[in-house]
Design a protein around this ligand. Structure first.
Ligand code: PMP
Length: 413
């Protein structure tokens, strides 16, 4: 038996996708020309699955900041901050993030994935308990394993279930750390944060919120669901990423907790990996400045999200959430999801196909993410391709007029 034989079933699935010529896990763009357009061969592709929420990847000021930093400081740090030292930009970005969130402390990681690994593994040790929403992102699950804490899952977005789990843990040794997300990456739904905060207070637990998909998207000032829900004072740690609304790469955590800085020598994913290059730090810094200075971007994003969401609902698609920039349509099964996705790509539209086990509740999803950079005409173009494909596959009625029923996602489990 060879080492990689254990992957034989996965290989069969992967090769069967390759054989169709449309492998959703191996799309290669020949060129990317703007936040919303790419090229494959001689075809122009409309991008509707990039998480580029504010469209800042091509912003001239962000590019200039990034290029300037590379010219001035070189292209890489070639080591971790502990081993090689921090550049001024690392500290400045941490201060800028702490200032944006009105927190005392900020810490930057090399990816959003590593931010969750680093924070969760360091916060909760062997005798502590991490209590995770069942729909948590892979980085939250992986971070939980890394720290050897005892892990309990509660039903997605269910404060009563969270309450029950904490009741059962009452009296056990160790701290209890609850982890939830703002906007969930797969379904686009949001956490009932106020209710979670009540439960957290009742049991004296700590609360971590991953705002990867809600930074710059929700809240009057773009500070995410925590701001919208008015619970900033009750959230102990906000984790996030630079790879979505800030258009770069990297991750962060902000907090008011005294002693926070000890995590810099306790968090292995912070300590044992190379720090972000100056160009990335400078680009993210400028993107954060724009996020703060240009609320119109967020308003445009939400207008676009509402237009796309309402359009799909009207066509009769089953959607999983209220109108957020993540819009997921439920497909009857993985094969149909794949067929739908590849027909959209043939028609010039790139979205994400999300299949079990990566999706919650075994759902097959066609996941789109809307950007502030989309024009209304591009949203309408996407909608007409969805309409054409949905009708051709018999998934939606020939005439439009249905309304969205968010709970159908739950019914479909
Ligand atoms: N948390 C959540 C909720 C995410 O959706 C993602 C990425 N999709 C991450 C963390 C990881 O972020 P990154 O891709 O920047 O590593």
């Amino acid at each position: 038996m060879a080492l990689l034989d254990k992957y034989a079933p996965l290989l069969v699935q992967y090769e069967s996708l390759e054989a169709t010529g449309y492998n959703p896990f191996n799309v290669a763009f020949d060129d990317v020309v703007s936040p919303t357009e790419a090229v494959i061969g001689d075809r122009r592709i409309l991008l509707l699955g990039t998480n580029n929420y504010l469209g800042l990847t091509y912003d001239p000021a962000v590019i200039a900041a990034s290029v300037g930093a590379a010219q001035e400081l070189g292209v890489g740090t070639t080591g971790s901050r502990l081993a090689n030292g921090s550049y001024g930009g690392h500290r400045q970005l941490e201060r800028a993030l702490a200032d944006f969130y009105g927190r005392k402390h900020g810490m930057v990681f090399s990816t959003g994935y590593q931010a969750n690994l680093g924070i969760l593994s360091a916060l909760a040790g062997k005798d502590d308990h991490l209590i995770l929403d069942a729909d948590s992102h892979a980085s939250i699950y992986d971070g939980s394993r890394l720290g050897h804490a005892q892990v309990t899952r509660f039903r997605h977005n269910d404060p009563d279930d969270l309450d029950n789990r904490l009741r059962r843990l009452a009296g056990t040794a160790g701290d209890k750390v609850i982890v939830v997300e703002g906007i969930y990456s797969m379904l686009g739904d949001t956490a009932p944060l106020r209710e979670f905060v009540e439960v957290k207070r009742k049991w004296g637990a700590y609360l971590v919120v991953d705002e990867a998909h809600s930074l710059g998207v929700l809240g009057e000032n773009g500070r995410g669901l925590v701001e919208t829900a008015g619970v900033e004072a009750d959230v102990d740690f906000v984790v996030g990423t630079f790879s979505k609304s800030l258009g770069g790469v990297g991750g962060f955590c902000v907090s008011d907790m005294d002693g926070f800085d000890i995590l810099r020598v306790a968090s292995r994913p912070y300590m044992f990996t190379a720090s972000l290059p100056p160009s990335v730090i400078a680009g993210v810094m400028e993107a954060l400045r724009q996020l703060r200075a240009r609320p119109a971007l967020r308003h445009q994003l939400l207008d676009n999200a509402r237009r796309f969401h309402a359009g799909l609902a009207d066509l009769g698609f089953t959607l999983c959430s209220e109108a957020n920039p993540v819009v997921s349509a439920v497909m009857p099964d993985p094969k149909t999801a794949f067929t739908f996705w590849s027909r959209l790509l043939e028609g010039g539209l790139y979205t994400n196909v999300s299949l079990p086990p990566a999706t919650p509740k075994g759902l097959a999803l066609l996941r789109s993410s809307v950007s502030a950079a989309h024009t209304p005409a591009q949203i309408d173009q996407a909608l007409s391709l969805f309409a054409e494909t949905g009708r051709a596959l018999g998934l939606i009625p020939a005439a439009s007029g249905s309304t969205v029923v968010p709970d159908l996602c739950v019914a479909a489990q």
